[in-house]
Ligand binder design. Structure first.
Ligand SMILES: [Zn+2]
Length: 228
């Protein structure tokens, strides 16, 4: 199958579907200093110099993914350069397998289905280079929508963190051990306590112990050097 057959299929589709417009093949597209050739173009019957294309079709005969991706970006660059609203990526001759896209506003492209493509062209209006009122509003409301979601997530995050902090149990008060006669307080694993096999050790809160006892030189220094 040659590419010309695909172009012919697009031309037939355009002519049958949109008789109010004209169809041309191999149209030169100027962008900046470069130019390219658009395979098939749907346009107003009488085109003045500022006339818009209604749709541009890029035709490929082979459904290779890399060709498809290349053709897709080429089509969009042609649509951008000519400010064309509708685009077709025709791979093969069956319109059911073609891709359709719309330049909604300001080169903001959307993939659309064939029904939307045909309905859109029935009510065709050119793309506005400036964001039009409807597009502007849509863009605006979209950003508001995102802002609301972001705000909601932010509040949710703060609420969950603060409730976590509120519900989080207080850290247990440190407990140390004193002996009946000693003037020092010790940690549970104090080597001094173990070595001298002190049996009568009493658990006591650290702040209580600090009132009448000094820290043990062995376990306390070990503990503080380790924790600091
Ligand atoms: Zn100790």
């Amino acid at each position: 199958m040659k590419e010309a057959i695909v172009e012919q299929a697009v031309k037939t589709y355009f002519t049958d579907q949109f008789p109010q417009f004209s169809t041309s093949q191999q149209c030169e597209v100027q962008f900046g200093t470069r130019h390219g050739i658009a395979d098939v173009v749907l346009h107003q019957p009488i085109q003045d110099e500022k006339g818009y294309f209604v749709a541009i079709a890029e035709c490929k005969r082979l459904p290779l993914p890399i060709l498809r991706a290349q053709a897709r970006s080429q089509l969009k660059s042609y649509m951008s350069a000519t400010n064309t609203r509708y685009g077709v990526l025709a791979v093969g001759t069956d319109p059911r397998h073609w891709e359709f896209c719309e330049n909604r506003y300001n080169n903001w492209f959307a993939e659309i289905n064939r029904e939307d493509f045909e309905r859109g062209i029935e009510n065709w209006e050119p793309v506005s280079a400036e964001p039009p009122a409807i597009g502007g509003q849509a863009k605006h409301s979209t950003s508001h929508w995102w802002k609301r979601i972001a705000l909601f997530l932010g509040v949710l995050f703060i609420v969950s963190i603060s409730s976590l902090l509120l519900l989080w149990p207080d850290p247990p008060e440190p407990i140390v051990y004193i002996t009946r006669t000693g003037r020092k307080y010790h940690t549970y694993n104090c080597e001094f306590l173990r070595e001298y096999n002190v049996e009568n050790k009493f658990a006591i809160y650290l702040d209580e112990a600090e009132k009448n006892h000094d820290p043990c030189g062995i376990c306390y220094s070990y503990r503080t050097t380790k924790s600091r």
